[in-house]
Ligand binder design. Structure first.
Ligand code: ASP
Length: 330
């Protein structure tokens, strides 16, 4: 029972939620321009029922998100998880790669306090800007003890997604995010929050160690008429793992599969995912994974399959059977 207002650490990384529009009706803007204290100052009149402790980490568009910022983010969140005075963590983040950050944190953090990412599709100053609403919703989620044990969450609009499910599915629509296999796991407004089911990971420790030396893992998108040269190029630059963003159920031309099989033989794990919007990629459907030595990416799309493969390789898990077990779990 919290007798005081929930105390939330707000880690700012930039994105459109910290973007400023050149005009209220024009299309151009720069992501990550507003400082976190400016953003929180704009929010201060909203009557949010939480004490917010601001800590800026970066001011970038999330297309530039990577291990330098992830390292700091992970460290700061871990410290807040161990701080008995902190009840939850909010991360303001660009929407382009929010799913990758959320999933990376999901794999590498214990699930014992709310960790909530929030972004916006429209910059401050644009007519119909969504940042303030999304932030107020995220505060509601991060303040709720029932948000514990669900892993990192992403709040966009009035929807709450689990890290494992969520992905950006539209370039500019205000409701740009979808979940697969699960849609939103809760609906939120600044004053209400309805979970659609209970938390299943209460008390769960971090699943994997933090990648101190992240391996180079590339996504190769399959296209009709392609040849095997891109596979050779990826091996040539020292990729330690390859994620195929295949056609349909993770398919690719035969010559590409053969080249990928050679990669597996040389010790480079290959995961098949799909370039289509959603659906499972299962083992041995059209591609004989057993013969080629591939891993089926199951519910993870290419971006998140790459994150999981990086984490696994960094943790010394390179055997196809063990990698498959991790993808089956998701
Ligand atoms: N490119 C921006 C970013 O990911 C888009 C956004 O935030 O919506 O930072």
């Amino acid at each position: 029972m919290i007798a005081r207002l929930p105390r939330l650490l707000v880690l700012g990384t930039g994105g459109t939620i910290a973007g400023s529009a050149q005009s209220a009706t024009g299309g151009s803007y720069a992501a990550g321009e507003l400082r976190l204290d400016q953003l929180l100052n704009d929010l201060s009149g909203l009557g949010l029922e939480a004490e917010l402790v601001a800590k800026p980490i970066a001011q970038i568009g999330s297309q530039d998100m990577g291990w330098d910022v992830w390292d700091v983010l992970h460290r700061e969140i871990l410290a807040a998880l161990n701080d008995s005075q902190m009840d939850g963590i909010l991360v303001t983040h660009g929407t382009d790669t929010a799913e990758e950050t959320a999933y990376l944190l999901d794999l590498t953090l214990p699930a014992d306090k709310p960790v909530v990412l929030v972004g916006a599709m429209r910059p401050a100053g644009a007519v119909g800007a969504d940042g303030m609403r999304n932030f107020a919703n995220a505060v509601r989620v991060a303040s709720d003890p029932d948000a514990c044990g669900r892993g990192p969450l992403l709040v966009m609009g009035d929807a709450v997604f689990a890290a494992k499910d969520v992905r950006k599915a539209a370039t500019s629509n205000i409701d740009a995010f979808k979940g697969y296999p699960r849609g939103p796991i809760a609906r939120v407004t600044p004053s209400t929050l309805d979970w659609f089911g209970g938390a299943t990971r209460v008390g769960e420790p971090a699943r994997y160690g933090w990648p101190e030396t992240p391996p180079r893992v590339a996504i190769l998108t399959a296209g009709a008429g392609m040849d095997a040269k891109p596979v050779e190029a990826l091996l040539g630059i020292g990729c330690k793992g390859i994620v195929l963003a295949g056609m349909g159920q993770g398919n690719a031309p035969g010559c590409v599969l053969d080249a990928l099989s050679e990669a597996v033989k040389s010790g480079v794990p290959v995961v098949r995912s799909a370039r289509v919007d959603e659906g499972l990629v299962d083992r041995n459907v059209e591609v004989d994974d057993d013969r080629y030595g591939f891993v089926a990416g199951r519910a993870l799309g290419p971006a998140k399959a790459r994150v999981l493969l990086m984490v696994l390789i960094a943790n010394g898990i390179t055997d196809a059977t063990a990698i498959q077990a991790a993808f089956d779990r998701g």
